[in-house]
Structure formats: C-alpha cells, structure tokens
Design a protein around this ligand. Structure first.
Ligand SMILES: [Zn+2]
Length: 401
C-alpha cells in the first residue's frame, strides 16, 4: 500500500500502461496468441499479465511455457512490469525440484486501485474502491430517491469524490455501470429511469477527475464480472433481473455490442402470442411484464391472500421462469450457448423459477446440441456490477480480464 499522495504518483506510473478500450468491437477480451512483430510487445505484455491474472503466481519458466513466448522475452517483459510495480516476486517455489529453485512471480493486486460505480439500482447509487483482484476495499452508497437528470449527475460526482478521497494506492481508473444504452465512447444514449439522453458520461467524468474512465451498460459490466470472477467460460449470456430485465453477451471471449449498442436488451421483447400485461413501453406482454422484480413481488404479495399461498407462489414463479425460457430458447439455439447465468434476487430466481426456465429451454431446443446448457445463478450477488466496472478498467488499462 502507498503513502498519502499516492494518486499523484499513480498517474505518472499509470501512463506507462497500455491504453486500450474495454470490449472494443470485435476484440477478444483476453489475449490468446502471438501476433505480428509491430504489435508484439504490447500484446505479449498482456499475455504475461493475463497468465498471472488467471492462474496466480508462477515462475518465469511457467509463464514462458503457458504463453509460448521465449524465456528471454518473458524475462525482459517481467523486468519491465516489475519496474512499473505491476509484478512482484513472491518467493521461491516450495516443491523441491532439481537445480536452482524457481522464483515465483505474481501480479501485485494491491499495486493499483479502481473506483467502481453501479447506477442500476432505483434507490441508491453504489460505489466502491477495489483492488486488481476485484476485492472490495471500501464502499459508499448514496440514496437517490427519484433524483434524475442533472441532479443525478451531481450525485454521481459527489459519490466519486467521496470514494477518491479514500483511495490508498495509485488509481488505475474509474469504471461505471449505467442502466440503459451506452455506446462505445461511453455516452449514455438513453437511460429513461435517470432521464439521461445523449449524456457523454465518460467524457464528463474523465475531464472532471483527470483519470481514465470507462462507462458501459450495467448488464455488460455484470457479464464481465462473471467472466473474470465467476468461473464462466468464453461463451456466456448473463441475464439481469431487477427493476427491468437485460442481458450481456460474451461470444468467443468477445463482448457483443450490437448494431445500435443494444445487444442483450431483451426486456421489451414480447414473449408469446397470448397478450399479457401492459408494459411501460406501450406493448403488451414484454419479458419485463412477466419477470421484472417489482412486478413479481407484487404478484407474490397478492398470492399471500390465496387459499394455498405456497402453491400460488410456485405457479407464479414457474410461469415467470417459463416466459424467460421461451425468450431464451431461440437465443440458445441460434448461438449454441453453453452457459446462461441469472443475476438478481435469489429468493425469486432460485427454485421453481430457474427449474421452469431450464425445462422450457430444453423442451424448445435440440437435445443433441443444446442439452448440455448450464443455467445457474450468479454467485457474485449485489456486487456484480461494481466488480464488473473494475474489470472494465483493468481490461482497458492492462489488456487483461
Ligand atoms: Zn415493453
């Protein structure tokens, strides 16, 4: 950990780091092979970092083996990364082997800190200071109580200010998970709940705070968190169920943005041909009307007055899970997804809900190709967007995730 004033050092040191854009269209999140000589150094740096980021401490020889780089190249890059304080030697390997004992290296996960922000909750703006391992070191919440527009932006500024005051290591950057549609430049194209339209949030924050900033949709942040910290594979759909319903998609290790940056926006897709409740968008029977948390809670509340409340609860949750399954089956079929992860209140999504969703997907897809689909709840809980916001910064600054 550093001394007071560390953030000043931080900026000069961080300027050595590679500048990349998190989840740039078409770019895989993780480096996975050697490239052309002119791009080699930055890419190989990221390869070395990714190996240690994923696997933890290793010797230089281990890193050379798993990256396919020569030992000389690895040694050279390690020297550079140690000079930037990103890598540290952690001691000698315990297991006795013939010859000189290997010295182990690891990413110094305390070398930098990140400010992560989650704007997706209707009641509070959440913020945290995290380390490079995604561990939350401090958190701050600000009640927003219906604050929208410019006032909500002011709230965000003060949340970030209070977090920056507690940072105790060089700051790598600020990551923000915002509701709504966010383009690749970090402009919030549309976030109806916050009354934000065309708000250049990344530009405003980086100008105001003078540090690198990454802004993305909250479900996209969440899928990155699941990818880095939740044991997910390279093909993954993460469905967030909260005030609304949205999803983030990783295909072949690449974040999918879509032609209008709205990939994964499944909440206002009508499910079924049998009508349904009126949605805020004006249509009937959108996915959100079946399973957004407030709607489900309301239905479950009414069911408490039924003669058999437990049976009614099961019927309501199974119906909601079935509707999600109907919406997901063609996506699973088209993309041949191996894994779909649900993020939201476990009390709603566990049990009958998830069981019905899986049965429905299975019943509507080809067992031979899609029968192996894993549908599970995320283990990252309420911190998923905060931790995803940190991944966005780590990915954009260091090229690893
Ligand atoms: Zn709708």
């Amino acid at each position: 950990m550093t001394q007071p004033g560390g953030t000043g050092v931080a900026r000069s040191r961080a300027s050595f780091l590679s500048q990349r854009i998190a989840g740039s269209a078409g770019r895989p999140l993780r480096p996975n092979a050697k490239v052309l000589p002119e791009h080699a150094r930055g890419h190989n740096r990221a390869l070395v970092l990714q190996t240690l980021f994923t696997a933890g401490q290793q010797s230089r020889a281990d890193v050379a083996r798993s990256t396919g780089l020569t030992r000389v190249t690895v040694s050279d890059l390690v020297t550079e990364l140690m000079a930037e304080a990103l890598l540290v030697e952690t001691g000698q390997r315990d297991v006795p082997r013939p010859g000189k004992p290997a010295i182990l290296l690891d990413i110094d996960r305390s070398a930098f800190q990140i400010v992560g922000i989650d704007l997706s909750d209707s009641e509070v703006f959440r913020g945290a200071v995290l380390d490079l391992g995604g561990t939350i070191l401090r958190r701050v919440e600000l009640a927003i109580a219906g604050t929208v527009g410019e006032a909500a932006l002011e709230q965000l500024f003060s949340l970030i200010e209070s977090l920056l005051a507690t940072v105790t290591a060089p700051l790598l950057g600020i990551g923000v998970g915002s509701p709504g549609i966010v383009d690749l430049a970090g402009t919030v194209v549309s976030a109806p709940n916050l009354h934000w339209t065309g708000l250049p949030l990344r530009a405003e924050l980086s100008e105001r705070f003078g540090v690198p900033v990454v802004v993305a949709n909250d479900a996209n942040a969440a899928v990155l968190a699941e990818h880095s910290y939740g044991d997910a594979q390279g093909d993954l759909m993460l469905v967030r169920v909260g005030r609304g319903v949205g999803a983030g998609l990783l295909l072949g290790g690449t974040l999918l943005h879509g032609s209008r940056f709205a990939a994964g926006e499944i909440g206002h897709v009508v499910v079924g041909t049998d009508g349904g409740e009126l949605c805020s968008c004006g249509k009937h029977g959108c996915l959100e009307t079946w399973l957004a948390a407030p709607r489900l809670e309301a239905k479950l509340g009414e069911a408490k007055r039924d003669p058999d409340p437990a049976a009614s609860r099961t019927i309501i949750l199974r119906e909601a899970g079935t509707r999600l399954g109907i919406a997901l089956a063609p996506i699973v079929g088209a993309l041949n997804l191996g894994e779909v992860v649900l993020s939201g209140p476990d009390s709603l999504l566990g049990g009958s809900f998830i069981a019905a969703a899986l049965e429905t997907i299975r019943g509507r897809t080809m067992d031979r190709f899609h029968g192996g689909l894993a549908l599970r709840l995320s283990t990252l809980g309420d911190d998923i967007v905060l931790r995803g916001a940190a991944v966005m910064v780590i990915s954009s600054r260091l090229g690893v995730s």
